[in-house]
Design a binder for this molecule. Structure first.
Ligand SMILES: NC(=O)c1ccc[n+]([C@@H]2O[C@H](COP(=O)([O-])OP(=O)(O)OC[C@H]3O[C@@H](n4cnc5c(N)ncnc54)[C@H](OP(=O)(O)O)[C@@H]3O)[C@@H](O)[C@H]2O)c1
Length: 329
């Protein structure tokens, strides 16, 4: 898309126009969310915002997905870290809310902030009033099993976790530069319908590298996607006083325990289902048994300051709701 065409990418009936004198002419919807990275969380939030009457646009990396998302009613633009089309910056400045949901990329860093100066100059006089970066609890590193709140010193260990922390700092600086209070959400392992231990078992999918690494951990923080959306919605409607929030549930149970529970749920729902493959094929990898990355992440600030009552305080309630939503074969 050419820059000249970009203005027309926001539905006119929902746009606001900033005049040359700086005043704002509202035309219907005040709330416009741009989601950089319409992945699992991004799409879930997009659906929720749509039902609340928001204009929602976002990005993905390929044409097939773009079409699928457009069929769902979203305005979608292609954006890929490896050959970024920065025309979207011109579009972005007309949005009131901006969620960053793309992960850092090895060898590149943050896909958007690699062009930080351009991002700053493009957004500086725009309409943005809310900016949230989805980060990860990996920025804390290995904490010897301690209880980790948001004031705990960050000590990322993997290259990706270091890039994650750099991204946090970059987005935080940008928010302050633009005069808005940035939000950093440090998420635990994300699960929900379509992405859970139940789905892995049913689809007989191999474990991802991350899942394998985390298999032997005593604690693994996780969070249901609907609770992430709940936290995001809390901050879009009520300004929050802090910048960093851990977004995790109450029960950092070991992954093995979660899979065992998921397997029982599957076998109860579909008696005779053979779920041996995941454990036998994939989980028989050599135990490294290091306690690397061990920490119990505290969600006290999230609950107290965002007024959050978790829909799924533990993996049992989360998995139960997921299996209840799956149609019987
Ligand atoms: N999964 C977890 O357990 C977990 C835990 C903590 C934090 N996080 C982080 O939280 C955020 C949201 O998680 P999620 O599960 O919703 O992520 P996700 O489903 O993987 O979605 C990530 C989004 O970023 C886009 N993206 C990925 N690489 C990109 C690149 N190189 N250039 C441009 N765009 C790129 C993807 O594009 P496509 O739509 O085209 O794929 C997708 O829209 C991510 O940053 C994730 O890393 C995840």
């Amino acid at each position: 898309m050419e820059i000249g065409q970009i203005g027309s990418a926001i539905p006119l009936q929902h746009s606001r126009v900033r005049t040359s004198l700086g005043s704002i002419t509202p035309t219907l919807s005040e709330n416009r969310m741009f989601i950089l990275g319409m992945g699992f969380v991004g799409q879930s939030l997009a659906r929720k915002l749509h039902t609340h009457g928001w204009v929602v646009s976002g990005t993905c990396t390929n044409h097939v997905k773009k079409q699928q998302l457009e069929d769902m009613g979203f305005h979608v633009h292609l954006f890929d870290a490896n050959h970024p089309d920065l025309n979207i910056l011109q579009l972005l400045k007309s949005y009131t809310h901006f969620l960053v949901s793309v992960p850092p990329v090895m060898g590149i860093g943050d896909p958007m902030l690699q062009h930080e100066e351009l991002v700053r100059s493009s957004l500086v006089n725009g309409d943005l009033q809310w900016l949230c970066y989805l980060s990860s609890t990996s920025v804390y590193g290995d904490c010897d099993g301690e209880l980790v709140d948001e004031d705990y010193p960050t000590k990322p260990e993997s290259e990706l976790a270091k890039l994650r922390l750099t991204s946090e700092e970059g987005w935080s600086n940008l928010g302050h530069y633009l005069g808005i209070s940035p939000l950093i959400f440090r998420l635990g392992g994300i699960y929900g319908p379509g992405r859970s231990a139940i789905d892995t078992i049913i689809k007989q999918k191999p474990l991802s590298e991350g899942q394998k690494r985390r298999k032997y951990r005593k604690y693994t923080s996780r969070i249901h996607v609907e609770d992430i959306c709940q936290a995001l919605m809390a901050t879009v409607y009520t300004p929050s006083c802090r910048e960093v929030y851990n977004i995790v549930d109450d029960d950092p149970a070991p992954r093995e325990e979660v899979f065992e529970y998921a397997r029982k749920l599957v076998e109860k729902k579909w008696p005779g289902f053979k779920s041996e493959s995941v454990e036998q094929k994939e989980w028989s990898i050599e135990k490294t048994s290091t306690r690397k990355g061990e920490k119990r992440v505290s969600n006290g600030r999230m609950k107290k300051e965002l007024g959050m009552q978790l829909l799924y305080p533990d993996y049992k309630s989360g998995l139960q709701s997921i299996i209840d939503q799956i149609q019987s074969h």
